[in-house]
Design a protein around this ligand. Structure first.
Ligand code: FES
Length: 241
């Protein structure tokens, strides 16, 4: 572990740590081995600019927003039951990290980077082959729904266990987007936990991203607020398997 990347985090929760502005965007490793990277603190708002409130999230809806970069999509879901707490996970390179659980009154709200850990499939404006499949749905990727599925090669990820791989070709789980809820029930995205695919994503889709976001626009950090859309409003078509 490189000393310049090392930050002693609170033993109680990585989410509770106060991070000096100078450390924002650096990669941080908690003393328990957690892979934890802080970014801009960003408030989630709907398309009309209204703050998203945790109490009003529809159960099992796919809420898409771009975070931490302008072009990197994430999906937030209010699950039917609470996410597990303190789930130990391991990145492909062996780095260990701990998923602390969901937020909200029941601990059911989670968010993940929506870039597949296998070959980077992600929700696009034209279509999405990556989504949370509600428990009432069906998928070929796993024995039951209520999981994140990438239709490209049927990777399945567990939203209750920090994005852990349940099936398919992915070698590591999804990166979690760390959320906070303030005293007024507003939702904020504050950090990323676990191995992310951001740089590979920028490299793989360089030309597409340049066309959509302009030169260097895709990598820009989202600041202040992020617009949240349901997946059916974000992508013209959803491909499910
Ligand atoms: S790109 Fe997602 S399973 Fe292959």
């Amino acid at each position: 572990m490189e000393r310049r990347n090392f930050l002693r985090l609170s033993a109680t929760s990585a989410m509770a740590v106060a991070v000096a502005p100078s450390l924002i965007t650096q990669k941080l490793y908690a003393e328990d081995g957690s892979l934890f990277q802080t970014f801009e603190k960003v408030q989630l708002k709907d398309s009309e600019g209204n703050p998203m409130k945790s109490a009003t999230l529809i159960e099992e809806e796919n809420y898409v927003f771009n975070y931490p970069h302008a072009a990197t999509p994430a999906i937030m879901v209010n699950l039917l039951s609470p996410a597990n707490k303190d789930v130990k996970l391991k990145a492909e390179d062996g780095t260990e990290y701990v998923f602390r659980g969901g937020i909200g009154a029941k601990g059911t709200i989670v968010a993940y980077s929506a870039i597949c850990a296998h070959q980077l499939t992600y929700p696009q404006k034209s279509m999405s082959m990556f989504q949370y499949v509600p428990t009432t749905g069906k998928t070929l990727a796993y024995e039951h729904a209520g999981v994140f599925v990438c239709t490209s090669h049927l990777a399945a990820y567990d939203p209750k266990q920090g994005g852990k791989v349940l099936g398919g070709p992915a070698k590591q789980g999804l990166a979690s987007i760390i959320l906070e809820i303030d005293a007024d029930d507003n939702i904020w995205a504050v950090a990323v936990l676990g191995p992310n695919k951001f740089q590979e994503f920028f490299d793989a889709f360089k030309q597409d991203l340049k066309a959509e976001y302009g030169r260097r626009g895709a990598k820009k950090l989202v600041k202040t607020e992020a617009v949240v859309k349901t997946l059916k409003n974000y992508s013209a078509e959803i491909i499910q398997a």
